[in-house]
Ligand binder design. Structure first.
Ligand SMILES: Cc1cc2nc3c(=O)[nH]c(=O)nc-3n(C[C@H](O)[C@H](O)[C@H](O)COP(=O)(O)OP(=O)(O)OC[C@H]3O[C@@H](n4cnc5c(N)ncnc54)[C@H](O)[C@@H]3O)c2cc1C
Length: 497
Protein backbone atom coordinates (compact mmCIF):
# COMPACT_ATOMS: atom_id res chain seq x y z
CA UNK A 1 0.00 0.00 0.00
CA UNK A 2 1.46 3.39 -1.04
CA UNK A 3 1.53 5.98 1.73
CA UNK A 4 1.42 9.76 1.56
CA UNK A 5 0.95 12.40 4.22
CA UNK A 6 -1.87 13.94 2.17
CA UNK A 7 -3.88 12.53 -0.72
CA UNK A 8 -5.81 15.05 -2.83
CA UNK A 9 -8.77 13.56 -4.68
CA UNK A 10 -9.17 15.51 -7.94
CA UNK A 11 -6.63 17.46 -9.94
CA UNK A 12 -8.79 20.35 -11.14
CA UNK A 13 -7.81 23.94 -10.27
CA UNK A 14 -8.45 23.47 -6.53
CA UNK A 15 -6.61 20.16 -6.19
CA UNK A 16 -3.64 21.39 -8.21
CA UNK A 17 -3.32 24.59 -6.17
CA UNK A 18 -3.59 22.69 -2.89
CA UNK A 19 -0.99 20.12 -3.95
CA UNK A 20 1.37 22.95 -4.94
CA UNK A 21 0.91 24.67 -1.58
CA UNK A 22 1.55 21.45 0.34
CA UNK A 23 4.60 20.59 -1.75
CA UNK A 24 6.03 24.07 -1.15
CA UNK A 25 5.67 23.40 2.57
CA UNK A 26 7.61 20.13 2.21
CA UNK A 27 4.60 17.80 2.60
CA UNK A 28 4.52 14.40 0.87
CA UNK A 29 1.36 14.93 -1.18
CA UNK A 30 -0.13 13.02 -4.12
CA UNK A 31 -3.10 13.73 -6.39
CA UNK A 32 -5.54 11.12 -7.69
CA UNK A 33 -7.18 12.35 -10.91
CA UNK A 34 -9.85 10.60 -12.93
CA UNK A 35 -8.82 12.17 -16.25
CA UNK A 36 -5.94 10.49 -18.07
CA UNK A 37 -4.50 13.91 -19.05
CA UNK A 38 -5.00 17.47 -17.85
CA UNK A 39 -6.86 18.34 -21.08
CA UNK A 40 -10.44 19.53 -20.53
CA UNK A 41 -13.00 18.76 -23.23
CA UNK A 42 -14.48 22.29 -23.09
CA UNK A 43 -13.50 25.79 -22.04
CA UNK A 44 -15.55 26.02 -18.77
CA UNK A 45 -14.38 28.92 -16.55
CA UNK A 46 -13.41 32.06 -18.40
CA UNK A 47 -10.75 33.56 -16.18
CA UNK A 48 -9.41 34.93 -12.95
CA UNK A 49 -10.42 37.75 -10.64
CA UNK A 50 -7.99 40.22 -9.13
CA UNK A 51 -7.54 38.49 -5.77
CA UNK A 52 -6.75 35.16 -7.43
CA UNK A 53 -4.10 36.89 -9.57
CA UNK A 54 -2.70 38.35 -6.35
CA UNK A 55 -2.66 34.93 -4.69
CA UNK A 56 -0.73 33.51 -7.65
CA UNK A 57 1.58 36.54 -7.46
CA UNK A 58 2.25 35.65 -3.82
CA UNK A 59 3.79 32.43 -5.12
CA UNK A 60 5.67 34.10 -7.98
CA UNK A 61 3.61 32.45 -10.73
CA UNK A 62 1.12 35.19 -11.74
CA UNK A 63 3.19 36.12 -14.81
CA UNK A 64 2.72 32.65 -16.26
CA UNK A 65 -1.04 33.34 -16.41
CA UNK A 66 -0.84 37.02 -17.32
CA UNK A 67 1.42 36.31 -20.29
CA UNK A 68 -1.17 33.94 -21.80
CA UNK A 69 -4.45 35.71 -20.99
CA UNK A 70 -6.18 38.97 -21.74
CA UNK A 71 -6.29 41.64 -19.05
CA UNK A 72 -9.85 43.00 -18.82
CA UNK A 73 -12.37 44.47 -16.38
CA UNK A 74 -14.30 41.30 -15.47
CA UNK A 75 -15.91 42.15 -12.15
CA UNK A 76 -19.66 42.52 -12.69
CA UNK A 77 -22.90 42.24 -10.76
CA UNK A 78 -26.19 41.27 -12.39
CA UNK A 79 -24.82 42.23 -15.79
CA UNK A 80 -23.32 45.60 -14.74
CA UNK A 81 -19.55 45.77 -15.23
CA UNK A 82 -17.70 47.17 -12.23
CA UNK A 83 -14.43 48.83 -13.17
CA UNK A 84 -11.67 48.31 -10.62
CA UNK A 85 -8.91 50.19 -12.44
CA UNK A 86 -8.71 52.69 -9.54
CA UNK A 87 -8.34 49.94 -6.89
CA UNK A 88 -5.22 49.84 -4.69
CA UNK A 89 -3.75 46.61 -6.05
CA UNK A 90 -0.98 45.78 -8.48
CA UNK A 91 -3.61 43.91 -10.49
CA UNK A 92 -6.62 46.26 -10.81
CA UNK A 93 -8.26 44.00 -13.41
CA UNK A 94 -9.23 40.41 -14.12
CA UNK A 95 -7.78 38.01 -16.63
CA UNK A 96 -9.60 36.35 -19.52
CA UNK A 97 -8.08 32.86 -19.78
CA UNK A 98 -9.99 29.62 -20.32
CA UNK A 99 -9.90 27.01 -17.57
CA UNK A 100 -8.08 24.57 -19.83
CA UNK A 101 -5.09 26.93 -19.91
CA UNK A 102 -5.36 27.76 -16.20
CA UNK A 103 -5.19 24.05 -15.37
CA UNK A 104 -2.29 23.44 -17.80
CA UNK A 105 -0.24 26.22 -16.20
CA UNK A 106 -1.06 25.07 -12.66
CA UNK A 107 -0.21 21.48 -13.59
CA UNK A 108 3.17 22.68 -14.93
CA UNK A 109 3.92 24.34 -11.58
CA UNK A 110 2.84 21.22 -9.64
CA UNK A 111 5.05 19.14 -11.91
CA UNK A 112 8.06 21.37 -11.10
CA UNK A 113 7.30 20.76 -7.43
CA UNK A 114 7.44 17.02 -8.21
CA UNK A 115 3.98 16.12 -6.94
CA UNK A 116 3.06 12.60 -8.07
CA UNK A 117 -0.30 12.32 -9.85
CA UNK A 118 -2.13 8.98 -10.04
CA UNK A 119 -3.88 9.67 -13.34
CA UNK A 120 -6.68 7.84 -15.12
CA UNK A 121 -8.17 6.43 -11.91
CA UNK A 122 -10.76 7.49 -9.39
CA UNK A 123 -11.12 7.53 -5.67
CA UNK A 124 -13.94 5.02 -5.11
CA UNK A 125 -14.05 4.78 -1.33
CA UNK A 126 -12.51 5.81 1.95
CA UNK A 127 -12.33 4.66 5.55
CA UNK A 128 -10.87 6.82 8.27
CA UNK A 129 -9.60 5.87 11.70
CA UNK A 130 -7.72 7.67 14.45
CA UNK A 131 -4.38 7.70 12.65
CA UNK A 132 -5.24 8.11 8.98
CA UNK A 133 -7.44 7.40 5.97
CA UNK A 134 -7.50 4.37 3.68
CA UNK A 135 -8.23 5.54 0.16
CA UNK A 136 -9.57 3.03 -2.34
CA UNK A 137 -8.90 3.59 -6.07
CA UNK A 138 -10.80 2.29 -9.09
CA UNK A 139 -7.84 0.21 -10.33
CA UNK A 140 -7.69 -1.72 -7.07
CA UNK A 141 -4.73 0.26 -5.70
CA UNK A 142 -5.06 1.34 -2.08
CA UNK A 143 -3.45 4.43 -0.58
CA UNK A 144 -2.95 5.36 3.05
CA UNK A 145 -2.81 9.03 4.05
CA UNK A 146 -2.75 11.09 7.22
CA UNK A 147 -5.35 13.34 5.55
CA UNK A 148 -7.56 13.11 2.46
CA UNK A 149 -8.83 16.29 0.78
CA UNK A 150 -11.79 16.04 -1.57
CA UNK A 151 -11.18 18.46 -4.45
CA UNK A 152 -13.25 16.19 -6.66
CA UNK A 153 -15.84 18.66 -7.90
CA UNK A 154 -19.54 19.25 -7.31
CA UNK A 155 -20.49 15.56 -7.35
CA UNK A 156 -17.69 14.82 -4.86
CA UNK A 157 -17.42 11.16 -3.94
CA UNK A 158 -15.28 12.14 -0.95
CA UNK A 159 -18.03 14.40 0.41
CA UNK A 160 -20.64 11.66 0.01
CA UNK A 161 -18.44 8.88 1.41
CA UNK A 162 -17.58 11.04 4.43
CA UNK A 163 -21.31 11.55 5.01
CA UNK A 164 -21.10 15.34 4.83
CA UNK A 165 -24.46 17.01 4.15
CA UNK A 166 -24.79 19.28 1.09
CA UNK A 167 -27.86 21.42 1.78
CA UNK A 168 -29.06 24.15 -0.53
CA UNK A 169 -31.45 25.08 -3.30
CA UNK A 170 -32.63 23.15 -6.36
CA UNK A 171 -32.07 24.71 -9.81
CA UNK A 172 -34.50 27.30 -11.12
CA UNK A 173 -32.86 27.74 -14.51
CA UNK A 174 -30.88 25.56 -16.88
CA UNK A 175 -28.78 26.30 -19.96
CA UNK A 176 -27.00 24.39 -22.69
CA UNK A 177 -23.39 25.35 -23.24
CA UNK A 178 -21.40 24.10 -26.20
CA UNK A 179 -18.45 24.61 -28.49
CA UNK A 180 -19.35 24.00 -32.12
CA UNK A 181 -18.51 24.86 -35.71
CA UNK A 182 -21.10 26.84 -37.72
CA UNK A 183 -21.60 26.87 -41.48
CA UNK A 184 -22.84 30.48 -41.32
CA UNK A 185 -21.35 33.42 -39.44
CA UNK A 186 -23.65 33.85 -36.37
CA UNK A 187 -24.89 37.02 -34.73
CA UNK A 188 -22.44 37.29 -31.84
CA UNK A 189 -23.31 38.77 -28.46
CA UNK A 190 -26.00 38.49 -25.80
CA UNK A 191 -29.69 38.15 -26.59
CA UNK A 192 -32.59 38.31 -24.13
CA UNK A 193 -35.91 36.64 -24.87
CA UNK A 194 -38.90 35.66 -22.71
CA UNK A 195 -37.10 32.35 -22.01
CA UNK A 196 -33.96 34.02 -20.65
CA UNK A 197 -30.44 35.05 -21.64
CA UNK A 198 -28.53 33.48 -24.52
CA UNK A 199 -25.13 34.22 -25.96
CA UNK A 200 -22.91 33.46 -28.92
CA UNK A 201 -19.16 34.11 -28.75
CA UNK A 202 -15.92 32.67 -30.03
CA UNK A 203 -13.43 30.60 -28.09
CA UNK A 204 -10.59 32.66 -29.60
CA UNK A 205 -10.80 36.38 -28.85
CA UNK A 206 -8.74 39.44 -28.10
CA UNK A 207 -9.41 42.38 -25.82
CA UNK A 208 -8.80 45.74 -27.54
CA UNK A 209 -9.54 48.96 -25.66
CA UNK A 210 -11.54 46.96 -23.15
CA UNK A 211 -13.75 45.41 -25.83
CA UNK A 212 -13.89 41.75 -26.90
CA UNK A 213 -12.86 41.38 -30.55
CA UNK A 214 -13.47 38.12 -32.44
CA UNK A 215 -11.81 37.02 -35.67
CA UNK A 216 -13.51 35.46 -38.72
CA UNK A 217 -14.56 31.80 -38.42
CA UNK A 218 -13.34 29.58 -35.62
CA UNK A 219 -15.07 27.65 -32.85
CA UNK A 220 -18.28 29.24 -31.54
CA UNK A 221 -19.25 29.12 -27.85
CA UNK A 222 -23.03 28.81 -27.60
CA UNK A 223 -25.12 29.35 -24.50
CA UNK A 224 -28.88 28.84 -24.77
CA UNK A 225 -31.20 29.02 -21.76
CA UNK A 226 -33.65 26.14 -21.75
CA UNK A 227 -37.39 26.59 -21.38
CA UNK A 228 -37.42 24.47 -18.20
CA UNK A 229 -34.96 23.49 -15.50
CA UNK A 230 -34.73 19.90 -14.34
CA UNK A 231 -33.63 17.89 -17.40
CA UNK A 232 -30.84 15.58 -16.32
CA UNK A 233 -30.09 13.58 -19.52
CA UNK A 234 -26.88 14.13 -21.53
CA UNK A 235 -27.51 17.07 -23.89
CA UNK A 236 -27.39 16.40 -27.64
CA UNK A 237 -26.59 18.39 -30.80
CA UNK A 238 -30.23 18.22 -31.91
CA UNK A 239 -31.40 19.70 -28.57
CA UNK A 240 -28.89 22.50 -29.07
CA UNK A 241 -30.07 23.02 -32.65
CA UNK A 242 -33.71 23.24 -31.46
CA UNK A 243 -32.71 25.67 -28.74
CA UNK A 244 -30.90 27.92 -31.22
CA UNK A 245 -33.81 27.88 -33.68
CA UNK A 246 -36.23 28.81 -30.88
CA UNK A 247 -34.13 31.87 -30.01
CA UNK A 248 -32.46 32.95 -33.28
CA UNK A 249 -34.77 31.38 -35.88
CA UNK A 250 -31.79 29.40 -37.23
CA UNK A 251 -29.12 27.04 -35.94
CA UNK A 252 -26.51 28.67 -38.25
CA UNK A 253 -25.68 25.21 -39.60
CA UNK A 254 -24.07 23.92 -36.38
CA UNK A 255 -21.89 20.85 -36.65
CA UNK A 256 -18.82 19.16 -35.18
CA UNK A 257 -19.42 19.88 -31.49
CA UNK A 258 -16.36 19.39 -29.32
CA UNK A 259 -18.30 19.90 -26.10
CA UNK A 260 -21.97 20.08 -25.11
CA UNK A 261 -22.92 20.41 -21.49
CA UNK A 262 -25.78 21.61 -19.33
CA UNK A 263 -25.39 23.92 -16.35
CA UNK A 264 -27.87 25.16 -13.81
CA UNK A 265 -28.08 27.50 -10.86
CA UNK A 266 -28.19 24.65 -8.33
CA UNK A 267 -26.86 26.23 -5.13
CA UNK A 268 -25.45 24.05 -2.37
CA UNK A 269 -22.75 24.16 0.29
CA UNK A 270 -21.18 21.47 2.44
CA UNK A 271 -22.44 21.73 6.01
CA UNK A 272 -18.89 21.06 7.25
CA UNK A 273 -15.60 21.45 5.38
CA UNK A 274 -13.95 18.90 7.64
CA UNK A 275 -14.86 15.56 9.13
CA UNK A 276 -11.86 14.52 11.23
CA UNK A 277 -9.17 13.53 8.66
CA UNK A 278 -11.24 14.30 5.58
CA UNK A 279 -11.53 17.84 4.22
CA UNK A 280 -13.34 19.41 1.28
CA UNK A 281 -12.32 22.29 -0.99
CA UNK A 282 -13.53 23.94 -4.20
CA UNK A 283 -16.67 22.73 -5.97
CA UNK A 284 -16.72 19.69 -3.67
CA UNK A 285 -17.60 22.16 -0.90
CA UNK A 286 -19.80 24.63 -2.81
CA UNK A 287 -21.72 24.83 -6.10
CA UNK A 288 -23.68 27.75 -7.52
CA UNK A 289 -24.55 29.50 -10.77
CA UNK A 290 -21.49 30.49 -12.85
CA UNK A 291 -22.74 34.10 -12.97
CA UNK A 292 -19.94 36.40 -11.89
CA UNK A 293 -17.25 33.79 -12.65
CA UNK A 294 -16.38 33.09 -9.02
CA UNK A 295 -16.28 29.28 -8.63
CA UNK A 296 -12.75 28.51 -9.77
CA UNK A 297 -11.48 31.56 -7.96
CA UNK A 298 -12.85 30.64 -4.56
CA UNK A 299 -11.69 27.05 -5.04
CA UNK A 300 -8.10 28.20 -5.62
CA UNK A 301 -8.38 30.49 -2.60
CA UNK A 302 -9.81 27.66 -0.44
CA UNK A 303 -6.66 25.73 -1.35
CA UNK A 304 -4.38 28.60 -0.36
CA UNK A 305 -6.20 28.97 2.98
CA UNK A 306 -5.98 25.24 3.74
CA UNK A 307 -2.53 24.37 2.39
CA UNK A 308 -0.26 25.98 4.99
CA UNK A 309 -2.55 24.99 7.87
CA UNK A 310 -2.63 21.34 6.82
CA UNK A 311 1.14 21.38 6.28
CA UNK A 312 1.73 22.57 9.84
CA UNK A 313 -0.61 19.94 11.27
CA UNK A 314 1.06 17.20 9.19
CA UNK A 315 4.48 18.39 10.38
CA UNK A 316 3.08 18.35 13.96
CA UNK A 317 3.98 22.00 14.42
CA UNK A 318 0.39 23.06 15.08
CA UNK A 319 -2.53 21.24 16.73
CA UNK A 320 -5.32 19.69 14.65
CA UNK A 321 -7.66 22.44 15.86
CA UNK A 322 -5.90 24.78 13.40
CA UNK A 323 -7.84 22.92 10.68
CA UNK A 324 -11.12 24.14 12.16
CA UNK A 325 -10.15 27.68 11.23
CA UNK A 326 -10.31 26.53 7.59
CA UNK A 327 -14.08 25.96 7.84
CA UNK A 328 -14.54 29.01 10.06
CA UNK A 329 -12.85 31.28 7.51
CA UNK A 330 -13.81 29.78 4.16
CA UNK A 331 -17.41 28.65 4.76
CA UNK A 332 -18.64 32.27 5.13
CA UNK A 333 -16.73 33.32 1.98
CA UNK A 334 -18.51 30.72 -0.17
CA UNK A 335 -21.84 31.34 1.61
CA UNK A 336 -21.60 34.96 0.47
CA UNK A 337 -20.82 33.84 -3.10
CA UNK A 338 -23.87 31.56 -2.99
CA UNK A 339 -26.01 34.51 -1.94
CA UNK A 340 -24.61 36.92 -4.51
CA UNK A 341 -25.12 34.39 -7.33
CA UNK A 342 -28.70 33.75 -6.19
CA UNK A 343 -29.34 37.50 -6.19
CA UNK A 344 -27.81 37.83 -9.65
CA UNK A 345 -29.80 34.92 -11.10
CA UNK A 346 -32.96 36.57 -9.78
CA UNK A 347 -31.91 39.89 -11.36
CA UNK A 348 -31.33 38.25 -14.74
CA UNK A 349 -34.85 36.73 -14.96
CA UNK A 350 -36.78 37.57 -18.11
CA UNK A 351 -39.60 39.70 -16.75
CA UNK A 352 -40.31 43.38 -17.37
CA UNK A 353 -40.48 44.14 -13.66
CA UNK A 354 -37.20 42.36 -13.00
CA UNK A 355 -35.70 44.32 -15.89
CA UNK A 356 -36.84 47.52 -14.16
CA UNK A 357 -35.19 46.27 -10.96
CA UNK A 358 -32.00 45.39 -12.88
CA UNK A 359 -31.88 48.91 -14.32
CA UNK A 360 -32.36 50.33 -10.84
CA UNK A 361 -29.55 48.21 -9.38
CA UNK A 362 -27.34 49.14 -12.32
CA UNK A 363 -27.98 52.82 -11.62
CA UNK A 364 -27.06 52.33 -7.96
CA UNK A 365 -23.89 50.52 -8.98
CA UNK A 366 -22.86 53.45 -11.16
CA UNK A 367 -22.34 55.45 -7.94
CA UNK A 368 -18.84 55.34 -6.58
CA UNK A 369 -19.42 53.87 -3.13
CA UNK A 370 -21.70 50.96 -4.22
CA UNK A 371 -19.41 50.25 -7.19
CA UNK A 372 -16.40 49.95 -4.91
CA UNK A 373 -18.24 47.75 -2.39
CA UNK A 374 -19.62 45.33 -4.96
CA UNK A 375 -16.48 45.30 -7.10
CA UNK A 376 -14.38 44.46 -4.03
CA UNK A 377 -16.78 41.61 -3.27
CA UNK A 378 -16.88 40.22 -6.82
CA UNK A 379 -13.11 40.43 -7.29
CA UNK A 380 -12.41 38.83 -3.89
CA UNK A 381 -10.39 41.81 -2.69
CA UNK A 382 -12.58 42.55 0.35
CA UNK A 383 -12.28 39.19 2.10
CA UNK A 384 -12.15 39.71 5.84
CA UNK A 385 -11.55 36.76 8.12
CA UNK A 386 -12.94 37.36 11.59
CA UNK A 387 -9.78 37.46 13.70
CA UNK A 388 -11.29 39.74 16.32
CA UNK A 389 -11.38 43.46 16.95
CA UNK A 390 -8.50 45.70 16.04
CA UNK A 391 -6.75 47.48 13.21
CA UNK A 392 -8.63 47.24 9.87
CA UNK A 393 -5.77 45.17 8.42
CA UNK A 394 -6.42 42.35 10.87
CA UNK A 395 -7.87 39.40 8.91
CA UNK A 396 -7.58 41.28 5.60
CA UNK A 397 -5.19 40.81 2.68
CA UNK A 398 -1.78 42.39 3.08
CA UNK A 399 -1.19 44.94 0.30
CA UNK A 400 1.73 44.26 -2.03
CA UNK A 401 3.85 47.24 -0.93
CA UNK A 402 7.33 48.14 -2.13
CA UNK A 403 9.42 47.84 1.04
CA UNK A 404 12.87 49.23 1.67
CA UNK A 405 14.95 46.64 3.50
CA UNK A 406 18.66 46.51 4.37
CA UNK A 407 19.01 44.16 1.39
CA UNK A 408 17.29 46.54 -1.06
CA UNK A 409 13.75 47.21 -2.27
CA UNK A 410 11.46 44.21 -2.16
CA UNK A 411 7.76 43.60 -2.74
CA UNK A 412 5.69 42.10 0.08
CA UNK A 413 4.41 39.38 -2.27
CA UNK A 414 7.99 38.39 -3.11
CA UNK A 415 8.51 37.73 0.60
CA UNK A 416 5.61 35.24 0.43
CA UNK A 417 6.95 33.17 -2.50
CA UNK A 418 8.14 30.38 -0.21
CA UNK A 419 4.70 30.22 1.50
CA UNK A 420 6.25 30.95 4.90
CA UNK A 421 4.83 33.44 7.41
CA UNK A 422 6.49 36.85 7.58
CA UNK A 423 6.83 39.15 10.58
CA UNK A 424 7.38 42.60 9.19
CA UNK A 425 8.65 45.29 11.51
CA UNK A 426 8.03 48.69 9.94
CA UNK A 427 8.76 50.80 13.01
CA UNK A 428 11.78 51.30 15.21
CA UNK A 429 13.94 48.25 15.92
CA UNK A 430 12.12 46.72 18.91
CA UNK A 431 14.21 43.83 20.14
CA UNK A 432 11.41 41.25 20.06
CA UNK A 433 13.05 37.85 20.33
CA UNK A 434 11.72 35.83 17.39
CA UNK A 435 14.39 33.17 17.72
CA UNK A 436 11.99 30.57 19.17
CA UNK A 437 9.89 30.78 15.97
CA UNK A 438 12.84 31.30 13.64
CA UNK A 439 12.41 27.87 12.03
CA UNK A 440 8.92 28.78 10.88
CA UNK A 441 8.62 32.59 10.60
CA UNK A 442 10.79 34.98 8.56
CA UNK A 443 11.38 38.25 10.45
CA UNK A 444 12.12 41.28 8.30
CA UNK A 445 12.99 44.87 9.24
CA UNK A 446 11.67 47.23 6.58
CA UNK A 447 10.61 50.78 5.89
CA UNK A 448 7.58 51.94 4.00
CA UNK A 449 6.80 55.62 3.69
CA UNK A 450 3.75 55.49 1.42
CA UNK A 451 0.04 55.41 2.16
CA UNK A 452 -1.89 52.34 3.30
CA UNK A 453 -5.05 51.91 1.29
CA UNK A 454 -7.40 48.93 1.25
CA UNK A 455 -9.95 48.13 -1.49
CA UNK A 456 -13.39 49.57 -0.68
CA UNK A 457 -12.25 50.69 2.80
CA UNK A 458 -9.86 53.43 1.72
CA UNK A 459 -6.94 54.70 3.76
CA UNK A 460 -6.03 53.08 7.06
CA UNK A 461 -3.44 54.04 9.68
CA UNK A 462 0.08 52.78 9.04
CA UNK A 463 0.83 49.83 11.35
CA UNK A 464 4.14 49.56 13.23
CA UNK A 465 4.41 45.85 12.49
CA UNK A 466 2.38 43.08 10.85
CA UNK A 467 2.41 39.31 11.02
CA UNK A 468 1.47 37.95 7.59
CA UNK A 469 0.24 34.38 7.15
CA UNK A 470 1.45 32.33 4.16
CA UNK A 471 -1.92 32.95 2.45
CA UNK A 472 -1.28 36.71 2.56
CA UNK A 473 -3.78 37.61 5.30
CA UNK A 474 -2.71 39.67 8.30
CA UNK A 475 -2.75 37.68 11.58
CA UNK A 476 -1.55 40.43 13.92
CA UNK A 477 -0.99 44.19 13.77
CA UNK A 478 1.57 45.81 16.09
CA UNK A 479 1.34 49.23 17.70
CA UNK A 480 5.06 49.57 18.43
CA UNK A 481 5.07 46.94 21.18
CA UNK A 482 4.89 43.15 20.99
CA UNK A 483 1.53 43.04 22.81
CA UNK A 484 -0.40 40.02 21.51
CA UNK A 485 2.40 38.82 19.26
CA UNK A 486 3.42 35.65 21.14
CA UNK A 487 -0.26 34.65 21.26
CA UNK A 488 -0.73 35.26 17.55
CA UNK A 489 2.44 33.32 16.70
CA UNK A 490 1.28 30.42 18.87
CA UNK A 491 -2.28 30.44 17.49
CA UNK A 492 -1.23 30.39 13.86
CA UNK A 493 2.19 28.79 13.76
CA UNK A 494 2.09 26.50 16.77
CA UNK A 495 3.50 26.46 20.28
CA UNK A 496 7.25 26.47 20.88
CA UNK A 497 9.07 25.20 23.93
C1 LIG B 1 -20.22 27.00 -17.76
C2 LIG B 1 -19.33 27.30 -16.62
C3 LIG B 1 -18.67 28.50 -16.58
C4 LIG B 1 -17.87 28.80 -15.50
N1 LIG B 1 -17.25 30.00 -15.47
C5 LIG B 1 -16.45 30.30 -14.43
C6 LIG B 1 -15.69 31.50 -14.41
O1 LIG B 1 -15.70 32.31 -15.35
N2 LIG B 1 -14.91 31.74 -13.33
C7 LIG B 1 -14.84 30.86 -12.30
O2 LIG B 1 -14.12 31.16 -11.31
N3 LIG B 1 -15.51 29.70 -12.30
C8 LIG B 1 -16.31 29.39 -13.34
N4 LIG B 1 -16.96 28.21 -13.38
C9 LIG B 1 -16.81 27.27 -12.25
C10 LIG B 1 -15.52 26.48 -12.34
O3 LIG B 1 -15.44 25.77 -13.55
C11 LIG B 1 -15.44 25.53 -11.16
O4 LIG B 1 -15.77 26.23 -9.98
C12 LIG B 1 -14.04 24.95 -11.00
O5 LIG B 1 -13.74 24.08 -12.05
C13 LIG B 1 -13.92 24.20 -9.68
O6 LIG B 1 -12.65 23.63 -9.59
P1 LIG B 1 -12.45 22.33 -8.70
O7 LIG B 1 -11.02 21.95 -8.88
O8 LIG B 1 -12.94 22.59 -7.34
O9 LIG B 1 -13.41 21.24 -9.32
P2 LIG B 1 -13.37 20.60 -10.78
O10 LIG B 1 -12.86 21.56 -11.77
O11 LIG B 1 -14.70 19.98 -10.99
O12 LIG B 1 -12.28 19.47 -10.65
C14 LIG B 1 -12.54 18.25 -10.02
C15 LIG B 1 -11.53 17.24 -10.53
O13 LIG B 1 -11.71 16.03 -9.84
C16 LIG B 1 -11.72 14.95 -10.76
N5 LIG B 1 -12.52 13.91 -10.10
C17 LIG B 1 -13.85 13.90 -9.88
N6 LIG B 1 -14.20 12.82 -9.15
C18 LIG B 1 -13.07 12.14 -8.90
C19 LIG B 1 -12.77 10.96 -8.17
N7 LIG B 1 -13.72 10.25 -7.55
N8 LIG B 1 -11.48 10.55 -8.12
C20 LIG B 1 -10.49 11.25 -8.73
N9 LIG B 1 -10.71 12.39 -9.44
C21 LIG B 1 -11.99 12.82 -9.50
C22 LIG B 1 -12.30 15.51 -12.02
O14 LIG B 1 -11.88 14.79 -13.15
C23 LIG B 1 -11.72 16.93 -12.00
O15 LIG B 1 -10.49 17.03 -12.64
C24 LIG B 1 -17.74 27.87 -14.44
C25 LIG B 1 -18.38 26.64 -14.51
C26 LIG B 1 -19.17 26.35 -15.58
C27 LIG B 1 -19.85 25.02 -15.64
Amino acid sequence: MAEHAVVVAGGGPTGLMLAGELALAGVDVAIVERRASQKLPGSRAGGLHSRTIEVLDQRGIADRFLSEGQVVQVAAFGGTTLDISDFPTRHPYGLGLWQDHIERILAGWVDELEVPIYRGREVTGLAQDDTGVDVELSDGLALRADYLVGCDGGRSLVRKAAGIEFPGWEPTTSALLAEVEMAEEPELGIRRTPSGIHSLGKVEYEIRDGEVVYGEGGTVRVMVTEAHAGTTSEPTLSELSEGLIAVYGTDYGIHSPTWITRFTDMTRQAAAYRDRRVLLAGDAAHVHSPVGGQGLNIGVQDAVNLGWKLAQVVHRMAPESLLDTYHAERHPVAARVLRNTMAQVALMRPDDRIEALRDTVSELLSMDEPRKRFAAMMSGLDIHYDLGEGHPLLGRRMPDLDLVTPGGTVRVFTLLHAARPVLLNLGKPWGFDISRWADRVSAIEAEYAGEWELPALGQVAAPAAVLIRPDGYVAWVGDGTDAGLPDALTTWFGPVS
